[in-house]
Design a protein around this ligand. Structure first.
Ligand code: O7M
Length: 219
């Protein structure tokens, strides 16, 4: 993923025309569009390729299965045109290794979830997040997902993975996180959904967040 605006749109809409219109509108203001179950289940997997023709697509299926099933899922996702895929880390090193191998064949990237951004992540995930960050780093994935709602955890995860792999960070806006704080804590990209796709003018909303990120970097 080319690092420019450092903004990723989470396009969790369920209408095909709206999805394509927003993708066209925000092109140039986001470095990638993350799409997942809401849009793909509503419209079919061809939407992955359609959007990827405009903006790189990160498929967010939070893959979490045995290696063989993971391999079958990865093949489908990359064959559909996704540039990257998000997987869970808790399934362990063999499952992750399989995803990385399939991604390499397709010239695609894998991102691994460490700690999620919602309050429930404190129940189980936070306790193993640092181990999953280490696992991701060992597997030489493209990056990890870490919570913008807890910039101190972004910082902690950055200290574990070093600078060789990226952090993409959701939880900005509606969930209460700040794009500037996440970037300052060590995130390479922030992931923003509702604050952009529910805005009256998604392009303007994306431009404003991209500016906030740029200002934080320039400070
Ligand atoms: O900005 P929002 O809250 O409307 O959307 C955030 C997006 O990021 C939405 O697609 C979530 O599914 C996703 N997300 C989180 O909000 N928190 C996480 O911890 C992880 C993700 C995610 O993208 O995981 C890969």
């Amino acid at each position: 993923m080319i690092k420019d605006t450092r903004l990723i749109l989470a396009l969790d809409v369920t209408d095909r025309h709206q999805a394509l219109k927003i993708s066209q509108d925000v092109k140039g203001y986001v470095d990638a569009i993350k799409i997942g179950y809401p849009l793909v289940l509503a419209t079919g997997k061809d939407i992955i390729g359609e959007i990827a023709e405009m903006v790189p697509v990160i498929a967010d299926f939070k893959v979490a299965d045995i290696p063989n099933t993971d391999r079958l899922i990865c093949e489908q996702v990359f064959s559909a045109g996704a540039n990257a895929l998000i997987v869970h880390g808790f399934t362990g090193s063999d499952s992750l290794k399989t995803c990385v191998e399939v991604a390499e064949v397709h010239g695609a990237d894998i991102y691994v979830v460490t700690e999620m951004s919602h309050p429930g992540a404190l129940d189980f995930m936070q306790k193993v997040a640092e181990d999953m960050a280490q696992l991701a780093s060992n597997a030489k994935v493209a990056g990890v997902v870490a919570p913008a709602t807890r910039p101190e955890r972004v910082q902690k995860i950055r200290s574990i993975i070093g600078n060789d792999i990226a952090i993409i960070s959701p939880g900005v806006g509606v969930q209460g996180g700040s794009a500037a704080d996440a970037i300052k804590a060590g995130a390479d990209w922030v992931i923003v959904g509702r604050s952009i796709y529910l805005a009256d003018d998604p392009k303007k909303a994306a431009m404003e967040i991209a500016k906030e990120i740029k200002d934080a970097i320039d400070q």
